[in-house]
Write a protein that binds this ligand. Structure first.
Ligand code: HEC
Length: 144
């Protein structure tokens, strides 16, 4: 029994962290970085580009909004992080989908991991409580 508990304790940190990556972040920093790196496509007010659901003539999607009208909050933290760090094409490849045409490059070279989490936390901070709760429920279960 003791040994089992020790093994569980080893596994716990990752599990306990799940879903909490967006907490206690620097929202001001996130806002500044959002303006600098994301607003040109996703909009100063997180409103996205016009007709963002329609693929354009080059086979690319316009940038979707990050506010409540978009689908950012449909995704768990990990997907949002990976999408931002890797970009659409590499993320899809990592998840087994080849040939996805993405209008978004990865920010892995431009931004540190903590900076990406700050930006995502800033985006989340603009959502109403109900949407925050739904998004949180997309994350893997955790013990808090
Ligand atoms: C050059 C334009 C461009 C920039 C700059 C950009 N994006 Fe995107 N983003 C897109 C497009 C276009 C999509 C739609 C899917 C695709 O083409 O990959 C997208 C999709 C996403 C998605 C997945 C869809 C969703 O709503 O969840 C996330 C998350 C995301 N972007 C976050 C960011 C963040 C955070 C930044 C700033 C660090 C950023 N993007 C900067 C163009 C951009």
């Amino acid at each position: 029994m003791k040994r089992l508990l020790a093994v569980l304790a080893l596994l716990l940190p990752a599990a306990a962290e799940a879903g909490h990556e967006l907490e206690n972040r620097d929202l001001r920093n996130g806002q500044v970085l959002y303006k600098e790196h994301c607003a040109s496509c996703h909009g100063a007010e997180l409103e996205g580009q016009p007709n963002w659901r329609r693929i354009d003539k080059d086979g690319l999607l316009p940038a979707p909004p990050h506010d409540r009208t978009g689908h950012t909050w449909h995704h768990d933290n990990r997907l949002l992080f990976d999408y931002t760090k890797l970009g659409g094409k590499a993320l899809m490849e990592a998840r087994g989908i080849a040939g996805f045409k993405s209008g978004m490059e990865g920010f892995g070279d431009a931004l540190a991991d903590d900076e990406i989490w700050d930006i995502l936390a800033f985006i989340r901070s603009t959502w109403p409580e109900r949407i925050k709760r739904i998004q949180a429920s997309r994350n893997p279960p955790h013990d808090r």
